[in-house]
Design a protein around this ligand. Sequence first.
Ligand code: TYD
Length: 213
Amino acid sequence: MIVVDGVDGSGKGVQTRRLLQSFTDGGLEAILTREPGGSPAAEDIRELLVTGEPEKWDSMTELLLMYAARRAHLRDTVWPTLAAGKWVISDRYADSSRAFQGIAGDLGLDTVERIHRLTVGDFEPALVVILDLPEKIALQRAHRRGGGEDRFEKKGDDYHARVRQAFLQIASRDPSRYQVIDADRSIDQVSQSLVELINTRFDLELATGRAPD
Ligand code: TYD
C-alpha cells in the first residue's frame, strides 16, 4: 500500500491518478482509493464529514468518524486487494487523522494512536509520501477547485498551517516509511519525483504516467 498525503490542495488527486496510470502502464495490477471513503460504506461516512459547517463536529467526533470510515475501507477494499496480490494507492490515510485531528485539532497524537491500535491493529502502509507546499498556495488551489466538500477548508489558515507542520513532524519521525516531496512545482515535475521515489523504494521501472488530469 502506497499512501499520498498532505494539506488540502496539495495535488494528491492528480498525482495519485497519474501514479495509478504508471502502475497500469507498467503491467502491474493496482487500484486507486481514497480516505475518507474508498468503499461504499466509507463513502457514506465521508459525506457526513466533508459537508456542512466546521463546528458541526468537534475533533473527537471527527476522529471517530474517520476511524469508522477507515475500518470499513480497510475491510472492504484495502485488505482484500492486497490479499489478491495487487498494489493499493490511497489518496490519504491515517496520517491525515494524526495531522488534522491529532495535531491541528489538538487531540494529541497519543489519543489518535490509541484509537488507531484499537480499530486498525498493527497494519501499516509500505510507504507514505507527503506532498508539501505552503498552505496558503495549497488553499488557493483548493478554493479554485470549488465543489461542496469544503468543511475542512473553512477551518482557516492557522488550522492549515498547523496541518502542514504536523505532516512534516510526523514524516521526520520515521524516514524509512515517510518521504516528503516539494509540491510547489509543476504537475509534471512532482509526478516525476513521485515515480522516481517509488521506483527506488520498490525496485521498479515505472514511467511517469499521463492520465487525464
Ligand atoms: P480529501 O478528499 O482528501 O480533500 P482534498 O481533496 O481537499 O485534499 O479529504 C477531505 C478532508 O478530510 C480533508 O480536508 C482532510 C480531511 N481528513 C481529516 O481531517 N482526517 C482524516 O483522517 C482524513 C482521511 C481526512
